[in-house]
Design a protein around this ligand. Structure first.
Ligand SMILES: Cc1cc2nc3c(=O)[nH]c(=O)nc-3n(C[C@H](O)[C@H](O)[C@H](O)COP(=O)(O)OP(=O)(O)OC[C@H]3O[C@@H](n4cnc5c(N)ncnc54)[C@H](O)[C@@H]3O)c2cc1C
Length: 428
């Protein structure tokens, strides 16, 4: 059952500031009218105009605890935000707790482990780890927050080889709904540890995260654009070809436009190995696609590989790509359509892995606009991936039934009042 907070109209921004300062909150607190308030309350993908009573910038784990306790005392909702890349629910009338100042990054090159603060962005980890020839399981953007990305699963260009980012988490420090600090690991609070590795911000506020790094000094990667004349046949070829490639090779095939604006079929590829082998593996696919319009693959340090992503208005996870679907997608005149190849380590996590849902899917299908005409051929499996899910009311669709039941049990144990509900919410 969802528990709504007891926000009363009498509670003012001044009350919240007084309460936070009284509790010893050390970061800056901004109210409507302050210049910083309007900057910090934004999300990256703005679909609403969030109007919190205050924006509070935490500088420490203790600040996070103070904010949680103050919100509970005042009966106010609280939302946590690092970068705003995944904020889908406004914090109206509540406290928007920013972690963006908590950006510590520690890399242990011997143990191949990174430990980060909750405001850290991927770029900082990529740079710090890259000095040792190591790579984190980051995604398509250096600006995305490590913690939000990882708690929501985290699928990047090394995922077929090393799994979801959530699968590489070793330990987290978590401020729970009652303001306690706990360590979640395989040995301590193991159910909480399981739940946060895919269950996102439903169980507490993570104030530090430790995860594995991998020896990937360089990759051969990039985007190559082809004409669309043979798009339908190339999509079908891609389906069959992708079933034969090794886990070191991650690819997506995208109906899009070249940087100059020509409608094109793009192949995105990232290979964590030798360039010659990558070119050899990709040759049949490129031959099927036809003459190259633009783009190339290059060997670069892992951190310099830039692949971009596609905003998801339509999202599905598929086991197969039927001919009629591919024919219809190829005919779309303007939508960006991205079919990404999953599988490999994503489908075979180690024992005790978290609730990242629908690992068995072979492809993700993302379309950047509504496509009602395609309804008859879309499979609409109902399966989604939390990090790509624009509609937070569908959060449950990111999990299989058994994991959902277990997630709700953990929620009842750690947040029975659903205090953390301004997110992709799973009710207790
Ligand atoms: C341009 C872009 C590219 C992307 N690329 C990828 C990609 O390649 N792969 C992928 O998997 N996803 C990708 N995403 C999705 C992204 O991983 C999610 O939106 C993620 O939630 C962003 O986290 P954030 O901290 O940056 O965002 P925020 O908006 O700051 O946070 C989003 C949510 O994460 C949770 N959260 C954040 N910090 C904490 C914390 N300390 N404790 C508990 N919960 C917390 C909260 O529920 C919060 O509402 C992309 C998104 C964008 C906009």
């Amino acid at each position: 059952m969802s528990t709504q907070t007891i926000f009363t109209a009498e509670t003012s921004g001044s009350d919240v500031v007084a309460s936070l300062l009284g509790a010893g909150f050390q970061g800056a607190v901004h109210r409507p009218g302050d210049a910083e308030y309007d900057v910090l309350r934004q999300s990256v993908v703005p679909t609403f105009d969030s109007r919190p009573l205050v924006v509070a910038e935490a500088c420490s784990r203790s600040d996070v605890q103070r904010a949680v306790r103050a919100a509970r005392q005042l009966g106010l909702p609280l939302a946590v935000q690092a970068t705003g890349h995944g904020t889908r629910v406004p914090a109206d009338g509540g406290i928007l707790l920013k972690t963006s100042a908590m950006t510590a990054v520690l890399v242990d090159p011997q143990r191949k482990i990174a430990k980060v603060g909750p405001g850290t962005r991927w770029g900082a980890v990529i740079d710090a780890a890259g000095q040792f020839g190591l790579a984190p399981l980051a995604g398509s953007s250096r600006d995305v927050g490590v913690t939000g990305y990882t708690l929501g699963g985290g699928v990047g260009w090394l995922a077929r080889k090393y799994g979801f980012a959530a699968d590489s988490v070793i330990r987290a420090e978590v401020v729970t709904a009652d303001g306690r600090v706990v360590t979640a690991s395989a040995d301590e609070h193991p159910e909480l540890f399981w739940a946060i590795r895919g269950g996102s911000g439903n169980f507490g506020i993570v104030t530090s995260l430790e995860f594995r790094l991998y020896s990937v000094p360089q990759v051969h990667s990039g985007i190559v654009y082809f004409g669309v004349d043979n798009a339908a046949e190339t999509l079908k070829f891609y389906r069959d070809w992708s079933a034969t490639i090794p886990n070191e090779l991650s690819t997506a095939i995208v109906l899009t436009r070249t940087p100059e604006g020509t409608r094109a079929l793009a192949i995105k590829a990232s290979y964590s190995g030798e360039a010659e082998l990558a070119e050899h593996l990709l040759k049949p696919l490129f031959e099927e696609a036809g003459p190259v319009l633009a783009g190339e693959l290059k060997t670069t340090p892992y951190g310099e590989s830039a692949m971009g992503g596609t905003p998801a208005r339509y999202l599905d996870l598929l086991d197969t790509l039927p001919d009629d679907l591919l024919d219809a997608l190829a005919e779309l005149p303007s939508a960006t359509v991205e079919i990404r190849h999953w599988g490999g380590a994503m489908a075979h996590p180690g024992p005790g892995a978290g609730p990242v849902g629908h690992r068995e899917a072979t492809y993700s299908l993302i379309i950047d606009q509504e496509v009602p005409d395609l309804e008859p051929v879309l499979r609409n499996t109902g399966r989604t991936f939390l990090n790509f899910l624009a509609d937070p009311s569908r959060a449950a669709s990111a999990y299989c039934e058994a994991d959902l039941t277990r997630l709700r049990a953990v929620k009842r144990a750690y947040d029975p009042d659903n205090f953390f509900h301004l997110n992709h919410n799973l009710e207790p």
